[in-house]
Write a protein that binds this ligand. Structure first.
Ligand code: MRU
Length: 368
């Protein structure tokens, strides 16, 4: 049987892993992303309820990663009870954890399909194998995205002499996937290949995935980078400081509308106004072929507490949460937004770059 950890290490030589299954284990270990960048804590997920908690409470996050953890969660449920009823109930519980990224449903459906017609005694092993396959494929897909994105980077006209300046948002890195990341794969490959790049990372309030996670990944891989506050993206583009924007996505509709972390739409608008190319990197499981447009994508609404507080480490090394607004302040916390296809220069997939909905369909041999 394929050992995802071994293949993971072979396929993405990063010194960290968001997820791995030790050989033959009936559990997985995940990096608790709530603790980054201050501490690296691996947490064991040994049952479906804990896997669901890890996804819902964002110990793990990022569209492809929650799909993979969900798939393993289903395998853990079948270890305990391989009946149809247990399969349906674990599928529903895991699927209910986060609504926006379609990869979660995709992975759960894939595991369910792989086991549904098998005798009960064979179901759990088959589910573990399918989850392993999802992990390995994700790393391979991201590597291909990286190669297509690297080609794009080589051709991007530079506004200034010096490195190619790339803006990214949130974390669409190896921490959001099983390896390489999507938006970050071209950046990591470019850096490894000696193509000079500099990554501008938006902090990504309220949960600070950019400041906490993407910056950490850039440090781990030695990629030059600069952190900026979310509201500075327009200015940076207007100053000519940015050559290209590359972001990830949680769900792409058939017409090429892109759902991603809140604030992505603002960056796409600023990019269009300043003639900065705006690319989205995505693995094919992120495409929702059932949705005609982005209007049908469910937008996760999270606790107001995330907006009203900030979590960080003080000068004494103590990590904690502080209030940043008067008690009782009303706050909205939509976690994602939709960028219309007309603002997207191209979709970087594992099969190449799609410039519009027709070419996206053609790449994956679907009727537009
Ligand atoms: O709320 P999160 O941290 O799960 O949001 C993650 C993102 O928005 C990523 O850009 C997206 O999932 C793509 S990950 C390759």
């Amino acid at each position: 049987m394929a050992d995802p950890l071994r293949l993971n290490l072979d396929l993405d030589p990063a010194p960290y892993r968001a997820l791995h299954r030790p050989t033959g284990a009936r559990f997985v270990e995940v990096l608790d992303q709530r603790a980054l960048p201050h501490a690296q804590i691996m947490v064991k997920l040994a049952d479906a309820d804990t896997a669901a908690l890890a996804i819902g409470s964002m110990w793990v996050r990022g569209a492809p990663l929650i799909g993979a953890v969900g798939a393993y969660g289903l395998a853990m449920a079948l270890d305990l009870d391989p009946s149809d009823a247990a399969l349906a109930s674990a599928h529903a519980a895991l699927d209910a954890t986060r609504p926006t990224a379609v990869n979660l449903r995709w992975a759960l459906d894939r595991v369910r399909r792989a086991v549904a017609s098998l005798p009960a005694s064979e179901r759990a092993d088959a589910a573990w194998r399918e989850a392993d396959a999802i992990v390995v494929e994700d790393i391979e897909i991201n590597h291909s995205i990286g190669q297509h994105g690297l080609q794009l980077l080589r051709e991007i006209p530079r506004r200034r002499s010096g490195p190619i300046n790339v803006m990214t948002h949130c974390n669409a890195g190896a921490l959001a996937t099983c390896g390489w990341g999507t938006a970050t794969a071209p950046l990591f490959l470019a850096h490894a290949d000696g193509l000079p790049i500099h990554v501008f990372v938006s902090e990504t309030r309220p949960r600070l995935q950019g400041a906490n996670l993407t910056v950490w990944e850039m440090n781990q891989r030695g990629v030059p980078h600069t952190l900026f506050v979310d509201s500075a993206s327009g200015l940076l583009m207007r100053r000519g400081d940015i050559d290209v924007v590359i972001v990830g996505t949680d769900r792409v509709a058939c017409n090429g509308d892109v759902c991603n972390k809140i604030g992505t739409y603002d960056k796409a608008l600023a990019a269009r106004d300043n003639d900065v190319p705006f690319y989205v990197a995505l693995p094919s499981p992120t495409i929702d072929w059932s949705l005609a447009s982005g209007d049908g994508i469910p937008i996760e609404s999270r606790s107001a507490d995330e907006v009203l507080t900030a979590v960080g480490r003080d000068e004494n090394g103590n990590t904690g949460k502080v209030a940043i607004a008067p008690a009782g302040t009303r706050a909205v916390n939509y976690a994602f937004d939709v960028t219309p296809a007309r603002l997207v220069s191209g979709l970087i997939t594992e099969r190449g770059v799609a410039r519009d909905a027709q070419s996206l369909s053609a790449l994956f041999a679907r009727a537009a």
